[in-house]
Ligand binder design. Sequence first.
Ligand code: S3P
Length: 164
Amino acid sequence: MKNIVLIGFMGTGKSSVGRLLAEKLGYSFVDTDTLIEERTELSIPQIFAESGEDYFRQYEKKIVKEVCSRANIVISTGGGVPMFEENRLSMKTGGNILICLRAGIPTIMRRTKGRNNRPLLKNDESKMQSLLEKRMPFYDQADFMIDTDDLTPLQIVNEIIVYL
Ligand code: S3P
């Protein structure tokens, strides 16, 4: 089967769902943020602080291209990935299946609260809302979308498996 690529806003559960989905399917799992942190030996906030968002986005594009051309893996992507044409093309490579995880602002706030590993979020609800609105048309280009507000990671995984 093709790769399964999870896209969606921060706090929609891409990493936990991706890990579980890979386990169920017997696939490998790659999280683009984790891979970037491993390769650079820096945390995402450190990369933003030391080299800026543009540098992060360039690095992210290389990683997305590389992992999307592998086979039989579940890929969980950073929330900003679908915003770039180059990434959208990479993600579609070889007929990969794109799944979008959605969540409302209260859920996103709850899931990301108390964590300071997302330099773009800073727990600012109105900023979050406008960023989400701007990104929505790109997230909506996925092959399948799931509202995750009232679902556990296992329920989300089961819905994805039914779709596949
Ligand atoms: C970002 C989302 C983060 C990470 C970076 C930028 C974004 O990943 O890539 O902080 O632009 O939405 P998660 O979606 O895994 O939190």
